[in-house]
Write a protein that binds this ligand. Structure first.
Ligand code: FES
Ligand SMILES: [Fe+2]
Length: 341
């Protein structure tokens, strides 16, 4: 039986909870960090930060993706400071240590044989990386299950909508003054549609919004009204990966934890390659921006109240908020806090 009340509010702003989440969740789950189309040739790379972890993703000379912690094995400088680019080797800007595209240390200028160190044991720290749906995922835990296993049945759900002719239409990023879970909670229910999303409410029958929660993901579905080509199915995979359908397009979304009270929401909207960009922007592009801005207006206000110390927890609807309940139960399991369920 799933829970009938929310997590208590301290989960949404405490630094110790945030640190625990980093250890127990974000260092163990597969996380979407970039797109394959950003890394087309050997030596092309992107860098990013995952909470406190600077990361490099690079395509090696055999066209395989590699990911490393962006930390030099000499004195911990970032080996690459650019956001993206193409390189033959990775050369640390501090003292010039040089790594090949597989992270192996090749050259240490002016460091001599009598210096007490073994070059072979100073490769970059490697991270697991895998691609699916043109997206790049990494996992900081080298012992973790494969991306395939992690996706489970959710991969099939996305595959129903994903086609190879989709191309990136745009990427939107918003830093939101809210804990990442405040954002996920909002995604995990359609109960707020009639009051928060007027246009979406005209297009779908929200009362018939359905959720199936299983194997660490939730599949949402809602029937559309006559004359609208909105939704169908969409969904979320724990902890922070989401896909949505907008008319002819598909959106992948992630909610990155930045700090206890801040998250970054990243949307990648894709359109079929034969659809005109301007036409798509005027319809699906505007639509998805409108819906996301409606959520973004509300969520920081909820966050403020979760921090204020007045509210502690509230009841969840057994009909409309099963996705929130599922998320909270799963979250507590991951943190080994079964007793709080
Ligand atoms: S820290 Fe990278 S070469 Fe010194
Ligand atoms: Fe919403």
């Amino acid at each position: 039986m799933s829970r009938t009340k929310t997590l208590s509010s301290d989960f949404y702003h405490s630094s110790s909870v945030f640190n625990q989440e980093t250890e127990s969740i974000f260092k163990n789950e597969w996380l979407w960090v970039g797109r394959s189309d950003q890394l087309t040739t050997s030596g092309s790379y992107i860098t990013t930060d995952l909470i406190n972890y600077p990361i490099i993703i690079v395509r090696d000379n055999s066209n395989n993706l590699k990911a490393f912690h962006n930390v030099c094995r000499h004195r911990a400088a970032k080996v690459i400071s650019n956001k993206e680019g193409v390189c033959k080797h990775m050369i640390c800007p501090y003292h010039g240590w040089k790594y090949d595209l597989n992270g192996k240390l090749m050259d240490t200028p002016k460091f001599y044989a009598n210096d007490d160190f073994e070059k072979d044991r100073h490769s970059l720290f490697e991270i697991s990386v895998a691609e699916r749906f043109g997206l790049i995922f990494i996992n900081l835990n080298k012992e973790s299950k494969s991306l395939d296993k992690w996706f489970g049945g959710f991969e099939k759900i996305v595959s129903n909508y994903f086609t190879d002719n989709l191309i990136l239409h745009n990427e939107l990023r918003f830093d939101v003054h809210a804990n990442w879970k405040t954002y996920v909670d909002n995604y995990q229910e359609g109960y707020h549609i009639p009051l928060v999303h007027p246009q979406l409410n005209r297009d779908v029958v929200w009362q018939e919004y359905k959720l199936e929660n299983m194997n660490e993901y939730s599949v949402h579905s809602v029937p559309d009204r006559a004359n609208s080509n909105q939704p169908g199915s969409f969904g979320w995979h724990f902890p922070n990966f989401i896909f949505n359908i907008y008319g002819r397009g598909i959106v992948f979304q992630r909610i990155e934890p930045l700090k206890p009270k801040w998250c970054r929401v990243v949307y990648n909207l894709f359109r079929p390659s034969d659809v005109d960009a301007e036409d798509f922007e005027n319809k699906e592009g505007k639509y998805q921006l409108e819906v996301s801005l409606e959520d973004q207006k509300l969520i920081p206000e909820i966050q403020q109240n979760l921090q204020a110390g007045i509210y502690n927890e509230g009841p969840l609807s057994k009909k409309y908020e099963t996705g929130v309940a599922y998320f909270h139960d799963l979250y507590l399991t991951k943190l080994n806090l079964e007793n709080k369920k």
